[in-house]
Design a protein around this ligand. Structure first.
Ligand code: FEO
Length: 406
């Protein structure tokens, strides 16, 4: 089926090859929302059975490279079917350019996927075959089996399982924003892969944990043997692939690692001193803590630490009767991420009106975080007594952290 004798695509397993793009330069994803310090990849796969099937495409800035690869290594005329597991532009972005070359090829997607593709590409005259959980399509020796993943994390999301090779093409689920020296997790530094996997989960999937819990159980109940999990970002899970599924079950189940994250912004260091005193009190009680200045730190990493923490403490100086702006953004992210089973409180320095800690308190409650202490405040520069009150609040909070773990 290739134009030459030798296929120049990297082999994934058996008759499955890698047709994705590894984006070594990427540093921000979802516009400028998520940091990707290790790059990312838009994974696409080619199955060469009696039918030749393409699983997903790549983000449109890479369309030209993607199409060139398909033309030279596969030949457009050989492609029989395109599976679109999810049409967010990082995966469906090259679909229009590809369909210009192969307008009669069938697109297999979920019902919602068809709707989204039609809207994205202005109601194109393409052939769609919509599928739902349990539907099967024979492609020769193998069958493709589809699993609906609605709202994990878009309405159209689905996974595709390939019998025979027992590969789960999981799309966004089980991915990481990571560009590795190998396609496979077991051939790179897995400590980085796991750090990126939890950051990805915290940043993209955390709002959907109740659905993920149910879906992981449903996927396990299907009883499909899985020898390889091939997500749409990052490296593939080949060695003991269900490790990442077990991790998702853990992360979706009121996850925390028992430490406290203190996030503050400060104008003249008074609120910073309060943050440090609170942190000192927490450590005196034997609980671990991390401090972040929200104006300086990476927001995706901060959200990952919130996700991993049991306690979330927010502090801001009061300015113009409100918060310093970096905290306003943090509150908005916390509300959107709907983290479960966390406790918190608020603090901050002020000169005369002092609204910020109460605004943070309300924000924590709106984000579903149980506030367990009254706000702690200090007027202008915190005195030794006020710093002691911060330390005491830290100690009291640490006790809540330990008790709430029971
Ligand atoms: Fe990787 Fe939801 O796109």
């Amino acid at each position: 089926m290739t134009k030459g004798d030798e296929i120049m695509l990297l082999q994934v397993k058996d008759n499955v090859f890698y047709t994705g793009i590894r984006d070594w330069e990427l540093r921000m994803f979802h516009g400028h929302e998520l940091s990707t310090f290790n790059g990312s990849s838009y994974n696409s796969y080619l199955i060469r059975d009696e039918k030749t099937v393409l699983i997903d495409t790549v983000w449109s800035p890479h369309s030209e490279t993607f199409l060139h690869m398909l033309e030279h290594e596969v030949g457009f005329a050989h492609i029989d079917m395109i599976v679109v597991n999810h049409n967010e532009p990082d995966h469906g972005g090259s679909l229009a350019a590809l369909m210009e070359k192969i307008p009669n090829v069938e697109i297999v997607c979920s019902k919602k996927g068809e709707d989204i593709i039609r809207k994205h590409f202005q109601n194109p005259d393409w052939k769609f075959r919509t599928v739902k959980t349990g539907d099967r399509i024979s492609i020769g020796k193998s069958e493709l089996v589809f699993v609906d993943m609605t709202m994990i994390h878009w309405p159209d999301s689905m996974m595709t399982y390939m019998t025979g090779s027992n590969i789960l093409f999981s799309n966004d689920a089980f991915g990481q924003h990571f560009c590795g020296s190998s396609l496979f997790a077991d051939e790179v530094d897995e400590s980085i892969v796991w750090a990126e996997a939890i950051k990805y989960f915290a940043g993209i999937l955390a709002p959907f944990t109740p659905l993920i819990k149910r879906k992981v159980a449903e996927v396990i109940a299907l009883g499909l043997p899985v020898e390889l999990i091939a997500p749409s970002h990052g490296v593939l899970w080949r060695k003991d692939p269900l490790r990442i599924v077990s991790k998702y079950a853990e992360w979706a189940d009121d996850y925390d690692e028992g430490y406290v994250t203190i996030a503050y912004d400060t104008m003249y260091q008074a609120t910073r001193k309060m943050a440090e005193a609170i942190g000192h009190g927490i450590e005196l009680e034997g609980v671990q803590m991390k401090l972040f200045n929200t104006a300086l730190c990476d927001q995706s990493d901060l959200m990952t630490d919130f996700f991993r923490s049991k306690g979330i403490i927010l502090g801001s100086s009061t300015v113009n009767n409100g918060l310093l702006r970096s905290l306003a953004g943090v509150l908005d992210e916390l509300r959107g991420h709907k983290l479960k089973n966390k406790i918190g409180f608020a603090f901050g320095s002020y000169g005369w009106s002092g609204e910020a800690p109460k605004t943070l308190w309300r924000g924590l409650e709106e984000a579903g975080i149980k506030v367990v202490l009254e706000p702690v405040t200090a007027r202008y520069t915190p005195s030794a007594e006020e710093l002691k009150a911060c330390r005491d609040a830290g100690r009291a909070f640490a006790k809540h952290v330990r008790e709430e773990k029971l």
